[in-house]
Design a protein around this ligand. Sequence first.
Ligand code: NAD
Ligand code: UFG
Length: 334
Amino acid sequence: MKKVLVTGGAGYIGSHACLVLLENNVEVVVLDNLCNSSLESIKRVEKITGKNISFYNADLMKPEDIEEVLQKEKNIETVIHFAALKAVGESVAEPLKYYENNISGTINLLNAMEQHKIQNIVFSSSATVYGNAKTVPVDETAPTGPTNPYGQTKLMMEQILTDCSKAKNLNVTLLRYFNPAGAHNSGLIGEDPEYPNNLLPFVQQVAAGIRPKVMVFGDDYETPDGSGVRDYIHVMDLAEAHYAAILKMSEVKIYNVGTGVGYSVLEMIEAFKRISKQDVPYEVGPRREGDVGILTAEAKLIKEELGWSAKRDLDEMIQDSWRWQSQNPKGFRA
Ligand code: NAD
Ligand code: UFG
């Protein structure tokens, strides 16, 4: 049986990935300092799967914490590295916090992996590394140019991992996620932000009456209805991409993880209204600084090389988000 260390495994994407790993009989060890998550997500994954996770409340900023985990947990084959800070706006206001946590945390992890001879790592990168893409859909060879410190940390970590791969024969898979959304269809785990920065969690909270209206950030982009277009990917599809990745590790590989299909903000609001049967009031406001009009993935490479492609459509994504929201109005805090 494979044994995988999941950093950030209590978070939104990490918890769904742990679920997929357990369902595929992988032994899961989670390292998370719970700075943006709750232990409840781990308990619920255990409840859904009927399997146990070895959980460590540990901080990547503290090398001694990582060492303790790796001392106790022998025979880890692969690390899936989700742990990071991810709020774009906060990264602009507090860049050092982001460079410190994301980059130093990754370096500490890589040092510990070298010490313990762990040779495989799958890394959570982001489509944000493409910045203002000149043409869409973007493929993995498109120029990079992040527009904020969070995106810079992702690109720098890609570079650090690439250098380590060359120097140390580390197997590295860099997954550039597009826009993760949705939840597991049990309604037991999902995204739990106190104040949502992303579109779908915000729409969800408006539909639930927690917030009065959605602010549409601009309707003057060069898109069919003028609002921003993104490639939304179901978090369970994304989680499954990680399982596909750990089965086929090699020297550095970069894959887009998206569907190739784009939806606009206004289309997302309409779809949410239709599926939740709730009103979703909105107002069109100015563009959000740093946003691009349209960003969608060319996702052929991951299909060709890892045999993975997204299986779930937009309706399923919204149904699952709404189930999670309706069953857990206070998220994991209830
Ligand atoms: P999340 O905040 O829900 O999960 C991240 C987890 O990492 C949290 O549980 C947090 O407590 C933990 N963590 C952060 N710093 C840590 C540290 N120093 N030590 C130990 N644990 C630490 O975020 P998510 O949405 O699940 O994102 C997971 C990864 O995917 C992140 O690297 C993120 O940058 C990346 N990503 C997310 C999106 C998105 O829209 N959600 C898009 C592209 C990439
Ligand atoms: N939007 C609104 N109103 C909101 C929130 C978002 O109109 O309240 C719009 C945005 O302008 C954009 C779209 O909805 O057009 C999606 O915005 P999100 O904030 O949900 O997602 P982004 O595409 O801006 O960013 C996301 C992640 C980043 C990641 C990036 C990769 O948040 O972490 O995708 O493309 F880096």
